[in-house]
Design a protein around this ligand. Structure first.
Ligand code: ADP
Ligand code: ZN
Length: 190
């Protein structure tokens, strides 16, 4: 990915894809390696995401790293002041202010790594990830495995018929599906 590593400047990396595609695993892998390199790492997640530990980012495969839960993007700016590397998980739960915050952090010379859903449960672009993709230097799209047919899965299937955009849940509420197997109940009048 990084063929020529940036020198004396910051940048933005985005890791996006559906649920269960390994975004958190990949974020944790990159942040662990930065810690091994003795870089000052600050890790954030939104307060809304309390599915597992409130003090860690956690993958579905139970890997974890200590993190700070924040209720606003302004808090990230403030608490990342001394960090060389900034990790942000579950970015879809922040508002579009996150784009400006990531830009400011990168402008200050930091490596910013953001992971989040790129589509909502209907398969529609999920802010602020599309906007972050536009301004990022490096982009990784992760795919899961469709639980119906085994194909690469880019979508997140909601298993309930609720129509709110944000409902926090894991394997009990969502599963990975390919575009063929993905359905949106209310679009079909079911
Ligand atoms: P994300 O952050 O994208 O939701 P995680 O990094 O938390 O993904 O979890 C990825 C892990 O989820 C995989 O390594 C695998 O162990 C598990 N997993 C469960 N269901 C699936 C699936 N349908 N496709 C791929 N991985 C899955
Ligand atoms: Zn499928």
């Amino acid at each position: 990915m990084l063929t020529i590593a940036p020198k004396d400047m910051g940048w933005i990396e985005v890791i996006c894809g559906p649920m269960f595609s390994g975004k958190s695993e990949e974020l944790i892998r990159r942040l662990r390696r930065a810690e091994i390199a003795k870089q000052n790492v600050a890790i954030f997640k939104p307060l809304i995401d309390d599915r597992y530990a409130t003090s860690h980012i956690v993958s579905h495969s139970a890997q974890r790293l200590p993190s700070i839960s924040v209720s606003s993007t302004a808090e990230i700016l403030e608490k990342a002041r001394d960090a060389q590397v900034v990790g942000i998980d579950e970015a879809q739960f922040f508002d579009t202010d996150l784009v400006d915050v990531c830009q400011q952090l990168a402008d200050r010379g930091k490596r910013v790594i953001v992971a989040g859903l790129d589509q909502d449960y209907r398969g529609k672009p999920f802010e602020p990830i599309p906007q972050l993709l536009a301004v990022a230097e490096y982009i990784t799209k992760t795919l899961a495995i469709c639980v119906r047919c085994g194909n690469p899965a880019g979508r997140t299937q909601r298993l309930s018929k609720d129509a709110e955009r944000v409902i926090v849940g894991a394997a009990d509420l969502y599963e990975a599906r390919c575009r063929f197997c993905h359905t949106v109940y209310d679009d079909e009048g079911e």
